[in-house]
Design a protein around this ligand. Structure first.
Ligand code: ATP
Ligand code: MG
Length: 415
């Protein structure tokens, strides 16, 4: 569909080398969050210099990068400086201004490109894309209606009763369950839309989920595609809490379908870089349940953090390879793994700030702690994650359960 416009050269940027102007090979990232930080780690391990564009002085990625350009994401001078310093540029957060990527793409390879990021930023366009490639991918999204005008609201209220109960989601700027209201009746729908300020939304039918999973795909400038096996995700209050990444974490038949669908969605977009596609497993009466595509993130994703410790190439390694035009290794998972997200809540005990007992947690076998360098713990804020690896699924589960207890997280069988 929308092959992205990018500068006509296919980059082949070798780490540790210099470009024609004698500049050290430098990879840039727009955004300074934890995804940017882990991208910087991967790029530096390979020998690249890095530059981060991020207004916050203390950002997770800015702290660890060679260069930190401290301006707004759409600041012309900041963008020019980033383009000057870097031979290729990526992004790390969902709501990066697509215009900024377009500006950068005038002079530098940008992956993923502004056009695909723009599609993923708008649920209306995103769902239209899923519908457009449903035949190819073999999955479609939940039944939905677009809500942009009062007339559309009335039409939905009168003619689309099958969408209720449903979830009203703002078309833009939603993440971690924000910008979403659950509605049961036509009246609740009208009230919720008014509460959201009448902005463009989609109303999605509430589906009977039995599980959720996601697939990480990486695609190069030359169309080469590699992928990780699907991982099963558990959310609490709309935020990812646990990722189960091991054989048997979901039925093989479903996992194969999800993986194939994610690959075809990436290919259909002409995508370059790492893409995460999220799926619902729904109870449709069939043996393993049906698969429904939920949304996509045009970047590495929280559900792929386990790949750092459990695979021989991580999602961040693949992002580096893809944007730099290096070969994409088909990653191999060498250990079963569970990832526990560490939200700011872990730093509080009955309302009192406390340091989690890292000593006890790190005494458990196969625990890998990643903290993002955020200076203030707040409820719901992603502060880090803990990946557990081990020789077999049973020991990984037992260690994850013990770690969850030590950290005061909900028990794994409780969520
Ligand atoms: P993310 O942090 O993944 O970007 P988000 O804010 O974009 O999240 P969604 O992924 O759309 O939101 O929804 C968050 C969670 O709400 C889902 O993971 C799922 O648990 C639940 N949910 C969303 N849509 C539906 C639906 N149609 N039926 C049932 N549950 C749903
Ligand atoms: Mg989601």
């Amino acid at each position: 569909m929308s092959a992205d416009k990018h500068v006509a050269i296919t980059p082949r940027l070798f780490p540790g080398s210099q470009d024609a102007e004698g500049q050290q090979m430098t990879l840039g990232v727009v955004g300074g969050g934890q995804l940017g930080r882990m991208f910087v780690h991967a790029a530096q391990r390979l020998g690249y210099f890095t530059a981060v564009l991020e207004p916050d002085a203390q950002s997770p990625a800015g702290q660890v990068s060679h260069h930190h350009i401290q301006t707004g994401y759409d600041d012309p001078a900041g963008l020019a400086q980033l383009a000057n310093l870097c031979q290729a540029i990526t992004t790390e957060f969902e709501n990066v201004p697509a215009q900024a990527l377009q500006t950068l793409a005038l002079t530098r390879p940008v992956a993923p490109g502004a056009a695909v990021v723009g599609i993923a930023q708008n649920r209306i366009e995103e769902k239209a894309h899923f519908v457009a490639c449903a035949e190819l991918s073999g999955v479609t999204c939940a039944p939905y209606a677009v809500l942009e005008t009062p007339a559309q609201l009335q039409a939905v209220q009168h003619d689309r009763a099958e969408l209720l109960p449903g979830i009203l989601k703002t078309a833009r700027m939603g993440y971690d369950g924000k910008g979403q209201v659950r509605v049961k009746t036509a009246d609740e729908l009208a009230a919720a839309w008014a509460e959201l300020g009448g902005v463009a939304c989609v109303l999605e039918k509430m589906l009977p989920l039995t599980a959720e999973c996601s697939v990480l795909v990486a695609r190069g400038w030359d169309g080469q595609v590699v992928s990780f096996a699907p991982q099963r995700n558990v959310h609490v209050d709309g935020i990812l809490a646990v990722t189960h990444a091991y054989e048997g974490s979901m039925p093989a038949a479903l996992a194969d379908r999800a993986r194939a669908a994610a690959i075809s969605i990436a290919q259909h977009l002409g995508y370059v870089g790492v893409l995460c596609v999220e799926f619902f497993v729904v109870d449709d009466g069939s043996e393993h349940g049906g698969l429904v595509v939920n949304e996509m993130a045009p970047r590495p994703h929280n559900s792929g953090h386990y790949t750092i410790d459990a695979c021989d190439a991580s999602q961040f390694d693949l992002q580096v390879h893809a944007m730099a035009g290096l070969p994409l290794p088909q990653p191999r998972q060498h250990s079963p793994s569970i990832m526990l997200n560490l939200l700011g809540d872990v730093w509080f005990d009955a309302g009192h700030l406390r340091e989690p007992d890292w000593y006890a947690v790190l005494s458990l076998p196969g625990t890998h702690l990643h903290l993002y360098g955020k200076l203030e713990a707040r409820a719901g804020r992603k502060m880090g994650h803990l990946t557990i690896t081990g020789p077999d699924v049973a020991s990984v589960k037992a260690t994850a359960q013990r770690a969850a207890e030590l950290l005061g997280l909900p028990g794994l069988d409780a969520i």
